[in-house]
Ligand binder design. Structure first.
Ligand code: OOG
Ligand code: NI
Length: 399
């Protein structure tokens, strides 16, 4: 007998959540407050049942090379999580040297059973605005020598993606996959980490250490304004703003996110002379999200304009789902305005904002020309997986 894919995915999400809770204790507070907000929030269940919303998480991980991203794609495919969308965060108002995709379930039933998704970023080492040829070569050499995943684990993931996971193998497989994302205790080469930090804090987080780790694990709440108030009342410093659309009386759209500042976590470092010392790093933070209805291409265009003029939101978006549906701005199952299709993806401006807001400071990119060809097609080729277009998936969900 084989395990259902969604059960394997739910077990993986739960195991990562347990591990991350032991690594970042403030995460547990965030989950408690989120759970309480959801319980206290009257919900009609149209954007997901209370159980689904309260169990829902997205993770964020960062890798260094196309080969590492390909391994991640193969690993996540075993859990029924496939790449959706291409995010070029180098194009953001304040650029971050990564390109990203989100691994997630793509069918409505799979999403209903367990919607676990992981926003996955790859360091754009070819971007000359961040990496000189010399540094790029050294980063690529460093990345080429490390191994994030045991090749036997990736081979097993490929077998599971093709044939399913035998009952007896599930526990061990989930355990080994989870462990691959644990924070490493190996001392960090201080000089190398600092050299990369001078280019970009994200570059240091990715290529300054020998493994990858969960950067954050994000619970979903039904009322993010209330969550923000309650976390602040508990004395937890949140970033200045909620990213994404403003609070409105009308139907919630797309995705709203906020986070608390990255906490100093103890890490060990190694000096050039080989001596080891204790220090700390601030790279992991607690994020929370609220999800609304998925917008059509027309709705998304309108959203992008509205975001430049947030005080006048109601000039761009009507106040009811009925009007949203009638104007073709958002997706509803069978066109029925009482059945919104939930937005399952991310927003590039918010993602760049989330990356940024948690850096104490970051270097400005150099004025070099960017001759890279990172794109959705490039990424799909590099990982040998089709990258789904989110709009195709929403069309299908709405039909
Ligand atoms: C990813 C930042 C983006 C989101 O929710 O938009 C993100 C990262 O910090 O690695 O997680
Ligand atoms: Ni996130």
């Amino acid at each position: 007998m084989t395990v259902q894919t969604w059960e394997l995915r739910a077990a993986f999400a739960a195991a990562l959540s347990r591990m991350y809770g032991t690594e970042v204790p403030a995460y547990t507070t965030l989950v408690e407050v989120s759970t309480a907000v959801n319980r206290d929030c009257a919900t009609d269940g149209r954007l997901g049942s209370l159980d689904r919303v309260t169990a829902e998480r997205h993770g964020a991980i960062r890798v260094g090379s196309p080969a590492e991203l390909a391994d991640v794609a193969n690993l996540f495919a075993a859990f029924g999580m496939y790449p959706v969308g291409f995010y070029n965060l180098r194009e953001a108002a304040s650029p971050v040297p990564v390109v990203s995709t989100a691994f997630r379930p793509i069918d409505a039933e799979e999403l209903d059973c367990n919607p676990f998704r992981v926003f996955t970023s790859m360091l754009a080492t070819e971007d000359a605005r961040f990496f000189s040829p010399d540094l790029r070569d050294r980063v690529q050499r460093f990345l080429g020598q490390r191994q994030l995943f045991d090749p036997a684990l990736i081979a097993q993931a490929r077998r599971i993606a093709a044939d399913g996971c035998p009952d007896g193998d599930a526990e061990d497989f989930v355990h080994r996959c989870t462990a691959a994302f644990a924070l490493s205790r190996t001392p960090i080469d201080k000089a190398w980490y600092d050299e990369l930090s001078a280019v970009s804090a994200v570059a240091a987080d990715i290529a300054g250490v020998a493994t990858t780790h969960i950067n954050h694990l994000t619970p979903r709440v039904l009322d993010i304004d209330e969550l923000y108030r309650r976390m602040t009342a508990r004395g937890i410093t949140m970033i200045d703003a909620i990213q994404g659309p403003p609070a409105t009386d009308g139907p919630p759209v797309l995705l709203r996110q906020t986070s608390f500042r990255a906490l100093a976590e103890p890490r060990t470092f190694r000096n050039p002379d080989g001596t080891v010392f204790d220090g700390s790093l601030r790279v992991r933070f607690g994020e929370v999200e609220a999800r609304g209805v998925a917008l059509t291409r027309a709705g998304r265009e309108r959203y992008d304009t509205a975001m430049t003029d947030q005080e006048h939101w109601d000039r761009y978006f009507p106040g009811t789902d009925i009007e949203m549906a009638a104007q073709g701005l958002a997706y509803y199952r069978g066109g029925d305005p009482t059945k919104p299709v939930v937005y399952e993806d991310f927003l590039p401006a918010s993602a760049a904002g989330i990356f940024r807001s948690n850096l104490d400071r970051d270097a400005e990119p150099a004025a070099a020309d960017d001759h890279t060809d990172y794109s959705l097609d490039w990424m799909a080729g590099a990982i040998s997986h089709h990258i789904h277009d989110p709009y195709d998936l929403y069309e299908k969900a709405a039909s």
